[in-house]
Write a protein that binds this ligand. Structure first.
Ligand SMILES: [Zn+2]
Length: 392
């Protein structure tokens, strides 16, 4: 009873994520990865995820993986990537560029209809977003989201990834005000620079093995990823990794409905400094519950459409991740049990009432380097009372 009360209290204060798992099997696909669990993330505090830059996320347990694809859609490569995911009953998150969505509306609709999560990655993918004026950068972010929703005809997850992972405190403060979650990465595939699919698979899996879990970054505008993904997914299965599908507990909420009024709407939002999460809440923010569940029952199959082959070459982002194993994270483990209703974006998934095991883990302490810029790791975690340096 105490556990249930605690859990409900955390929901009330908006700090906990609600997840659901799905029972069943991926019909006839015994070698498919499936989805181990679905996490409906609460981003109302502008939570950040990805140990390369941020320390406060404890999204994943050991051997868990979140698949992410940036910069698309681009039918030539997005289609085979979708097929590879479908073959494995796996779900991913696609951080999409507004311009690309406008160019290939059928493709992004197909990705969304397949049950994957669509998230924002600006309108035109400026790599130096933080060097633009703050007003212009905000405009890029908001316009990107608005364009994706306009093309899709429905709301999308309030998740954002900075192009080139080039964040800044003013922009992070803004996103927090907007209730938009920020995603960095744990494992960078470097698919922008690795053309050989075998090498891409090998190096990506090697990095993942070192960390033991993580958010993987690919680009669905890269041939190497399209070719390597079937092998990567098969290897993930063989190595015992499990796929976590992240969805939004809420959706992105446009400032205005008319894009022409967007700049004015942005200007009306006061600039706030980056403040400590500790000041936002006195309660620790737990990681999402971990629970065991068999793979999803069925996947939404997609068939190829007649999208034209594009020749767009995405701008590349090369990263050098220096993550450490998380095994040093010996942390207090909190056990909780409760029943939840299923909160899924995929109606084909079978609801379940899983046992919930919540674990609060110590964040990874690893530093991170991104080519072209460097960033000091923040010094604390939102999972414990935490502190962030004030904005300079
Ligand atoms: Zn990008």
């Amino acid at each position: 009873m105490r556990v249930v009360i605690t859990y409900l209290a955390l929901i009330v204060i908006g700090l906990i994520t609600i997840e659901s798992a799905h029972a069943g099997s991926c019909a006839g696909k015994t070698k498919a990865l499936g989805v181990s669990r679905v996490v409906a993330l609460d981003t109302s505090l502008g939570q950040r995820f990805g140990r390369m830059q941020y320390k406060e996320d404890n999204l994943l347990a050991d051997r868990e993986v979140v698949l992410t694809f940036d910069d698309g859609p681009l039918p030539r490569y997005t289609k085979p990537i979708l097929k590879a995911l479908d073959d494995h009953c796996a779900k991913a998150t696609f951080f999409y560029v507004g311009k690309m969505a406008k160019a290939y509306p059928d493709m992004i609709k197909k990705v969304s209809a397949s049950g994957h999560t669509i998230a924002g990655h600006t309108y035109s993918h400026p790599l130096n977003l933080k060097r633009r004026s703050t007003a212009k950068a905000k405009y890029e972010i908001e316009r990107g989201f608005m364009t994706l929703e306009a093309v899709l005809g429905h709301s999308i997850a309030p998740f954002f990834r900075f192009p080139g992972l080039s964040d800044s405190k003013p922009l992070m403060s803004y996103l927090r005000q907007r209730g938009i979650g920020m995603f960095s990465v744990d494992v960078v595939s470097n698919d922008s620079y690795t053309r050989n699919p075998e090498r891409l698979a090998r190096q990506t899996l090697r990095k993942l093995d070192k960390l033991g879990r993580g958010i993987l970054l690919f680009h669905d505008i890269k041939a190497s990823t399209a070719r390597a993904l079937p092998n990567i997914l098969s290897e993930l299965k063989r190595k015992g990794y499990k796929i976590v599908h992240i969805t939004g507990r809420t959706t992105y909420k446009p400032l205005v409905t008319d894009e022409k009024k967007l700049s004015q709407a942005i200007a009306k939002i006061p600039n706030k400094k980056w403040i400590s999460y500790k000041l936002l809440t006195s309660a620790p923010i737990p990681m999402p519950e971990k629970r065991e569940a068999p793979p999803i029952n069925e996947l939404a199959t997609t068939s190829g459409d007649a999208d034209p082959v594009a020749k767009t070459e995405g701008d590349d982002e090369k990263f050098t991740a220096k993550g450490k194993k998380s095994e040093g994270s010996s942390l207090p483990t909190v056990q909780k049990t409760a029943s939840l209703t299923t909160d899924s974006t995929d109606s084909k998934l079978e609801p379940a009432k899983p046992e919930i095991t919540a674990r609060v883990k110590k964040p990874d302490q690893s530093p991170a380097k991104v080519k072209g810029w460097s960033k000091k790791s923040s010094t604390s975690s939102i999972f414990k009372p935490m502190e962030f340096p004030e904005v300079e």
